[in-house]
Write a protein that binds this ligand. Sequence first.
Ligand code: ATP
Ligand code: MG
Length: 616
Amino acid sequence: MNFSHTFIPTLREVPGDAVIASHRLMFRAGMIRKLSNGLFAYLPLGLRSFRKVENIIREEMNAIGSLEIKPTVVVPGELWKESGRWDAMGDALLRVKNRQGADFVVSPTAEEAFTGIVRDELSSYRQLPLSLYQINTKYRDEIRPRYGVMRGREFVMKDAYSYHCDDESLDEHYQAQGRAYRRIFKRCGLTVIPVKADSGAMGGSGSEEFMVESEVGDNTLLLCKSCDYAANVEKAECKLDYSPRFSQEMADRAAENIPPMEKIDTPNVKTIDELCTFLETDAKSFVKTLIYRAVNVELDLSKAPGCEKLAKHKASPGAPETYPEAFFAVAIRGDLDVNEVKLAAVLKASEVALASDADVERITAAPVGFAGPVGLPAAPVLLDQTVTGMNDAVTGALEKDRHYIHACYGRDFNAWLTADVRTVKAGDFCPVCGGELYEKKGNELGHIFKLGRKYTRSMGVSYLDENGKSHVPTMGCYGIGLDRTLASIIEEHHDEQGIVWPVSSAPFHVIIVPIKYQGQVKDVCNALAAELETAGLEVLLDDRDERAGVKFNDADLIGIPWRIVVGDKNLAAVSSGGTPAPKVELKRRSEKEAHLADLDKAAAEIAEDVRACLAC
Ligand code: ATP
Ligand code: MG
């Protein structure tokens, strides 16, 4: 393709809001233009690379037997009401009405659409397992779209959904998707870190995210220095730095030598730091207690103190019963923080957040800052497992300016529930091998998830087994963002001058740059382009009437893997015997040095290299 026939508006300047390399370079290379906040148009060069990524993903999905379909982007709101997400999705969901006033959503994801389709077709176990996917537009009304296409409002996702009779079948396909994801990212030239991820409140039983390291990443990852443990902080666990008690007897024995619990005056002392100074001790001796409000709790609270009389609610006919709102006291060792995602998973809640001051005062019958697990009747006490190792603790006494000292778990207070809700940090110990954990920032490119029966149950999907008995299938979902993958390739493959495309996602394989596109040079360029295209390569010929320097800069900026420079001087080269030996200059974008090649061998050299790269 000739440069003058395409539309590659390269720029020297970058927009002020482009803070990361991929955003700057996609603009400057003329790959994208912004229509509005979070809305980007792909121009021809950008679309070519986008299609490369799309095809890699398609090939790998097809290879594991997932079947491509093309549902609509606009989906009846009814399906979202059935699943309960019409309300639960909040403002990220773009809801629209048609002229008859019927509700629709612009898909942010497609569990509902796929499950709606499958529900109408599924009757027998013989149709399962079934894995379907689409590569299609999504819209999420992100509060803060940023970093170009990394976090847009409209983007394209490959999303697959699979339906199974049993957990073994789901697990088999989940593993196959995981392997396909690893191949996709390898073929794209991306270094990804697969991490254990939160599998959500409602029935999910396994989840893995594929992260790329990024300074501006939204996710914190915990990795082990000694083994391959890697987890999103939302899910990360660590080895306990004490031995937990397993029985009342052990707790009683541990408390035997501790003086009786005592209430003391702590005038004007509220924060843990202030208490540490006041009592000359450290934060590890405190039981910190926080009051949380949880929404749509699926746990049975009928015997939980303070919750016994709460009424239950059913979002839709098939949905599980939940408590729309409940309050919990969460106690944790004073030097640690509560991880709200882990807490929501434990409570099977759709959302948890710190309670308002008014709610804290109502539940603790004290001003904010004096909550504690001893004698708290108005809310169930959830203890982080670290607290079950504490036997001489300081804690709030549910009274202004008063704290308990010598409080012992098992002797002076107990738990309604004990769980791991701590936020793991760098320096904590690996739950697998005990090695030291460290942190990285990451951006999520893909996510695979065992959903269980959340959607199939609430949307009334069923099949008959070989005995004619009806069952609800179990389900998995598997997503990759194409725009974010493309931007991440540029993040990993660029230099000062521009993009350095891996062959697999390059918009063209070769750029031919004539010093001046005229006379013999022009003929040679055209012949070379034809030869390369016949060999199956994608060629961009810079036929513009520009200075060579401008053309070289643009070639570096748009980052085509191979550059051929054609000029009169090298074409006039002669061999030592005096016979004509025309040469052209070849350069890989990833290397500094160019080399001269015989004109008649140049195309073959490049074709061989491109084929080898595409084969890996
Ligand atoms: P994030 O936490 O980054 O918002 P998510 O967990 O909500 O992402 P999923 O619902 O798991 O995303 O969607 C699957 C994939 O879709 C993500 O891994 C990501 O690659 C892509 N994606 C999600 N939101 C966006 C967005 N706003 N812009 C571009 N890609 C996105
Ligand atoms: Mg995700």
